[in-house]
Design a protein around this ligand. Structure first.
Ligand code: GUN
Ligand code: ZN
Length: 439
């Protein structure tokens, strides 16, 4: 046990505490559960987490203890794939990915040439994320560098740990959203210098997907990723069968869609691939070998009719997994609603996701996929104090159901299946409260 704290600003939070040190699908003691727990925060970082009875004596005199008894505290949720510019077009109907991009996405993203519009949407988006308990996300901006400045500016104001990047897109898109191989990489590099590791902000090199980048652009994006190995890289892959066929026609020499990215050096630690529905085992093995991660987007995949993610094959290959909303293709900002749909997708594939694992995937699983374990994702001492206070009695139905649950697994399952933004009583980022539900 660490000695009694002697310096800094201490705050303590009393509640049920849940966090992970490993993936519960593979390790028996992967979770920590303290039914009457205490989370001690010092200057925005976790000092200790454990049983209230054991830790309360260690608090310096006068430390405020926030009483959240009856509620659960977990690490803040991590959404590993979401488009902030698509906030205003969530729930726009289209018969599949490609027509949806043409009809809604591109016209909506055009508006982000205007920095005032970008700032106002970024502000709403971040408020919505924190209302849903999400404290970190991997975010696509638009092709406009000013959309990235607007986003990071709003994130910095709230002191959130966010990852974001300028979309690279130099073909198969309207002229008003098109960059060039040279301008895209030059602007990305300027943004890396301005924002990567500026406060809590982190940069992601963001080619939209293979069909909207020329080979020259993919090559330059891969070279940039090599020059800045601690930046992130994010893109879409194997989401939809029409998209897969299109990639095959554009890159006839590639072994597979994923092989296109591999060819340009884009499989590496801190690369995040959204969807990954239509992969084969060779693709999955390459991802595991290169520590490339999968962002599973169930609400989006169901909404756009893209397909069902194969948990069994991804697990067999041991690819790092995480969960994501993919708004505006996704239909909810809530990672609880995302768990709900992930559970059903797994069932349709004949597999079964434990609630415990879903909470892992939405917290430490995300952090690990992003190579950010030790910074966010659990309550290990020294990690950033990003956490969410969940209310098992948030709605009459949830209260009724959770009164009758007989194990932690059942309690978490009910919260995952029935919970949403109403379940989030409060959200904290770096020890500051960034959302409190109005009761
Ligand atoms: N593939 C390329 N762009 C997008 C996008 O904006 N959303 C989704 N879901 N898939 C894409
Ligand atoms: Zn997406």
């Amino acid at each position: 046990m660490a000695s009694t704290p002697t310096s800094g600003t201490f705050q303590a939070y009393r509640a049920g505490l849940l966090h992970f040190n490993d993936d519960p699908a593979y390790h028996a003691n992967a979770h920590h559960w303290h039914e009457d727990g205490l989370l001690i925060v010092n200057d925005g970082k976790v000092h200790m987490a454990g049983d209230y009875a054991q830790l309360v004596h260690l608090l310096p005199e006068g430390t405020p203890v926030h009483d959240y008894r009856g509620k659960l505290i977990t690490p803040g949720f991590i959404d590993t794939h979401v488009h902030y510019p698509q906030t205003d077009m969530i729930a726009s109907p289209a018969p599949g990915l490609l027509p949806w991009l043409e009809k809604y996405t591109f016209p909506t993203e055009r508006k982000f040439a205007d920095p005032a519009h970008a700032t106002s949407v970024a502000s709403f988006f971040l408020d919505e994320l924190t209302r849903c308990g999400t404290t970190t996300a991997m975010v696509y901006c638009t092709v406009h560098p000013q959309s990235v400045d607007a986003f990071f500016g709003e994130s910095q104001k709230r002191n959130l740990r966010m990852v974001a990047g300028k979309v690279l897109m130099d073909r198969h898109c309207p002229d008003f959203l098109r960059d060039t191989a040279e301008s895209g990489v030059r602007e990305s590099e300027e943004l890396i210098k301005r924002w990567h590791n500026n406060g809590r902000q982190l940069y992601a090199i963001t080619p939209r997907f293979a069909p909207t980048s020329t080979e020259a652009q993919l090559e330059m994006a891969g070279a940039l990723a090599k020059a800045y190995p601690d930046t992130f890289l994010q893109t879409h892959v194997a989401e939809n069968t029409d998209e897969v066929a299109w990639v095959k026609s554009l890159f006839p020499n590639a072994r597979s869609y994923m092989d296109v990215y591999d060819h340009y050096g884009m499989l590496r630690p801190r690369s995040m691939y959204a969807h990954c529905i239509w992969l084969d085992d060779a693709d999955r093995a390459r991802m595991a070998d290169t520590k490339s991660a999968i962002s599973i987007c169930p609400t989006s995949n169901l909404f756009l009719g893209s397909g069902l993610f194969d948990f069994e094959r991804a697990d067999a290959a041991q690819v790092p997994l995480s969960l994501a909303t993919d708004v505006g293709g996704g239909t909810s900002f809530s990672m609880l609603q995302t768990m709900n749909e992930a559970y059903k997708v797994a069932r349709m594939g004949g597999t079964y996701l434990q609630a415990m694992r879903m909470f892992y995937l939405a917290t430490l699983g995300g952090a690990r996929s992003m190579q950010l374990e030790g910074t966010i994702g659990n309550f290990a001492p020294g990690t950033e104090a990003d956490f969410v206070v969940l209310d098992p009695k948030a709605t009459p139905l949830l209260a009724r159901r959770t009164e009758r649950t007989e194990s932690l697994e059942e309690l978490l399952f009910a919260i995952a299946l029935l919970g949403d933004d109403r379940t989030v009583a409060a959200t904290y980022a770096a020890g500051n409260r960034v959302h409190q539900r109005e009761d």
